[in-house]
Design a binder for this molecule. Structure first.
Ligand SMILES: O=C(O)C1=C[C@@H](OP(=O)(O)O)[C@@H](O)[C@H](O)C1
Ligand SMILES: C=C(OP(=O)(O)O)C(=O)O
Length: 447
């Protein structure tokens, strides 16, 4: 069987698992526990970039330490910003919108957030940078963002293909005014423009053409910008965002745990009729869209307790299926639900997620391929999939160098003996100790 060859250059020093394969078997005793989940990737990389642009020294607590945040810190450090990491706290000396190092090579790893958030932040300054990323990141779309930045004055010199990594960026500030771009492939283009928008030469209005996928991530960007003193405003129709000129001011911020990562542990409770509590999350107030998974787990028959600062999921011996879900707003959960679906009592159809074909892998094709290897009946659709109930069988499945594929496929091993996954180390993109945490909850993990 031909398995995907991972791009190991994108693994950071915070990635420690070099195993070729992991084998997972169901827990031998009831799963019950309270766990800590590392900080949100989305909040960490937004906060790091804003803090780097700000005036003064910020303190970020609850930092995610994974490949995606490592390469973000690495790039900021190469830009001359001091980022000191002490445990899960980062101290960032803001550069006041003027990058101290006006030239150099910056590597984005495999992180969509860095590739989409950093270009505009670079373009507001003066400098010449060479930007590179992993093999897969170099295939992922950037055109709407880079076209918008070109129209505001940034100059790109593409090394291998138009609007793709690697490229050289010649920056001499960004004009303000009006810019429009589509949000149908990635919300990150809009977030990336927003993060730098207070520093354009005149105020910037971003007009969004059509619908935005995963729109709540744009709201998350607006919220975190506000907490650093900027004042972006949506227009009433929600299709434009007006960003007044200004500067970010340093802050002390507590970052929430990563709700996308939490989903695998809540799914673990669901599948084993166990209970898993995760502290540090207020489900009613979080800006992370993947919190929606809790409603789906309830629909399946689980009991969810939403505390002021924790969420506990209690699983059930009979999981209900037989429904259709639009994944447009929280599509990182498509794979989690696809992995739960075979163990429910009716088919589950997931729709509106065509854009995830452009994520760490073509996630729709990949999950259909791997579920079929396990003997699960699936129909692939252009924008999603239908998964039918059935008892999966043991198999070696491919993680496709995608952290979410590995974490979602591991869930099958909670019910089926000897599920093997290649390259388990790919989880380091967002959760380097994922398999250790599973093991601590009683799941049998063998390398
Ligand atoms: O802004 C963010 O932090 C993210 C936006 C989403 O990406 P797209 O909008 O590109 O799908 C999501 O899938 C990703 O994990 C994180
Ligand atoms: C799509 C994802 O990542 P990225 O930030 O690289 O887009 C993800 O984490 O599921």
């Amino acid at each position: 069987m031909v398995l995907h060859q991972p791009d190991l250059e994108a693994r950071s020093p915070w990635s420690t698992n070099k195993a070729k394969e992991v084998q997972i078997s169901p827990p031998t005793s009831k799963v019950e526990g309270t766990i800590r989940v590392p900080g949100s990737k989305s909040l960490t990389n937004r906060a790091l970039i804003i803090a780097a642009l700000a005036e003064g020294k910020s303190r970020l607590d609850g930092l995610l330490k994974s490949d995606d945040s490592y390469w973000c810190i690495d790039a900021l450090t190469k830009l001359g910003v001091s980022v000191v990491v002490d445990g899960e706290t980062a101290y960032v000396e803001g550069c006041g919108g003027k990058w101290p190092q006006p030239s150099g090579e910056l590597y984005m790893g495999a992180a969509g957030t860095i590739a989409r958030f950093l270009p505009a932040a670079l373009a507001i300054g003066n400098g010449n940078w060479e930007i590179k990323g992993s093999r897969r990141l170099s295939e992922r779309p950037l055109a709407p963002l880079l076209t918008a930045l070109s129209s505001l004055g940034a100059v790109f010199d593409y090394q291998e293909g138009q609007h793709r990594l690697p490229y050289k960026l010649q920056a001499s500030g960004l004009a303000g005014g009006h810019v429009s771009l589509p949000g149908s492939t990635s919300s990150q283009f809009i977030s990336g423009l927003l993060l730098a928008a207070p520093y354009t030469e005149t105020p910037l209005t971003i007009e969004i053409e059509g619908e935005i996928v995963q729109r709540d991530y744009v709201q998350m960007t607006v919220d975190i910008m506000r907490s650093f003193g900027a004042a972006p405003q949506f227009t009433e129709d929600g299709q434009s965002i007006i960003v007044p000129s200004g500067t970010y001011q340093a802050q002390t911020l507590q970052l929430e745990p990563d709700v996308s990562t939490c989903s695998y542990f809540w799914a673990l409770a669901a599948l084993t009729a166990g209970s898993v509590r995760i502290d540090g999350i207020d489900a009613r107030r979080t800006s992370q869209p993947d919190i929606e998974i809790l409603d789906v787990l309830e629909q399946m028959g689980c009991t969810v307790t939403r505390g002021d600062d924790f969420v506990e999921v209690q699983g059930t011996t009979h999981l209900k299926g037989g429904f259709t879900l639009s994944m447009k707003k929280w599509s990182d959960q498509t794979l989690t639900i696809a992995a739960l679906a075979p163990f429910t009592d009716g088919p589950i159809t997931l729709t509106d997620a065509a854009h995830i074909r452009h994520h760490e892998c073509d996630r729709i094709a990949a999950i259909c391929t791997e579920l079929r290897k396990l003997g699960v009946h699936v129909d692939e659709h252009e924008d999603g999939l239908t998964v039918y109930p059935g008892k999966p069988q043991s198999a070696l499945v491919d993680s496709h160098d995608d952290h979410r594929m590995a974490m979602a496929l591991s869930l099958i091993g909670l019910r089926v003996e000897n599920i093997r996954i290649n390259d388990p180390g790919c989880v380091s993109k967002t959760c380097p100790d994922y398999f250790e945490q599973l093991s601590a909850l009683g799941v049998e993990i063998t390398y």
